[in-house]
Design a protein around this ligand. Structure first.
Ligand SMILES: C[S@@+](CC[C@H](N)C(=O)[O-])C[C@H]1O[C@@H](n2cnc3c(N)ncnc32)[C@H](O)[C@@H]1O
Length: 224
């Protein structure tokens, strides 16, 4: 098994199940032209997020980590008319590219991009007593994942679905002695999900065009 094979299978899935989409293709192209790192979700992962958000009937979506907005476009397309998505991004260059991508995707008015450190934006959203989100995607700096999980609990309702990306880190997540803060951030967030009585959670390893990694998925089953 190799990266070449994982990529070939992903290509086959994309061709068979997703087809071509001008707007999504233009989004990725704009990200490349702007020099953004190619760390967006893979197309079939974007569609997975879209299907998960639709399946839980999400009307309000929160995303932590926008980059150029590729996953944001997938998620925003899951929303019904009148739905809203808030996405949080630290880097002003990434935020500018994303804003242009949202314009092209005709998502201005649906997507609100809040620029700044996501921990601060989460605290601000809680202060504003913003309506709870139905679906939350965590995909920013991994060492802050525990803080993100704490922050989003105040922005959730019973039934909110939370997806955290890149928790496997090529298997390093199983290494308790790892000194990598990204691995430790992933371990902490998984441990928090496992022991928090308000949550029910699982995690999956994935291989594909973006290598070997995985997602954690949790559902808020009670608050208090
Ligand atoms: C993996 S990328 C997001 C990819 C995007 N979700 C997608 O799939 O298209 C992570 C993003 O999180 C942003 N980021 C890193 N630290 C952050 C922080 N403290 N607050 C908000 N965003 C942050 C990075 O600038 C980067 O754009």
């Amino acid at each position: 098994m190799s990266q070449n094979m994982w990529t070939a299978v992903d290509d086959y899935f994309v061709e068979t199940l997703l087809g071509d989409d001008v707007v999504l293709r233009a989004t990725l192209q704009a990200n490349i032209v702007a020099g953004l790192p190619p760390i967006d979700v893979a197309p079939n992962q974007g569609k997975l997020l879209n299907l998960l958000a639709k399946s839980c009937g999400a009307r309000r979506i929160l995303e932590i980590g926008t980059l150029g907005g590729y996953s944001t476009v997938w998620l925003a397309r899951a929303l019904p008319v009148g739905g809203q998505l808030v996405t949080l991004e630290l880097d002003p260059v990434h935020a500018n590219v994303a804003r242009k991508n949202f314009e092209r995707a005709k998502l201005t008015g649906v997507v609100e991009l809040r620029e700044g450190p996501a921990l601060e934006s989460l605290a601000q959203l809680a202060k504003e007593r913003i309506e709870a989100f139905d679906f939350i995607f965590i995909d920013a700096d991994k060492p802050n994942n525990p803080g993100y999980l704490e922050g989003i609990m105040r922005l959730s309702r019973v039934g909110t679905v939370i997806v955290a990306d890149n928790v496997v880190r090529e298997g390093a997540v199983a290494d308790a002695s790892s000194s990598d803060p990204k691995v430790q951030g992933s371990r902490r967030v998984l441990e928090m999900m496992g022991r928090d009585p308000r949550l029910e959670a699982t995690a999956l390893q994935t291989v594909g065009s973006k290598g070997y990694d995985g997602f954690a998925i949790a559902r808020v089953k009670e608050l208090n």
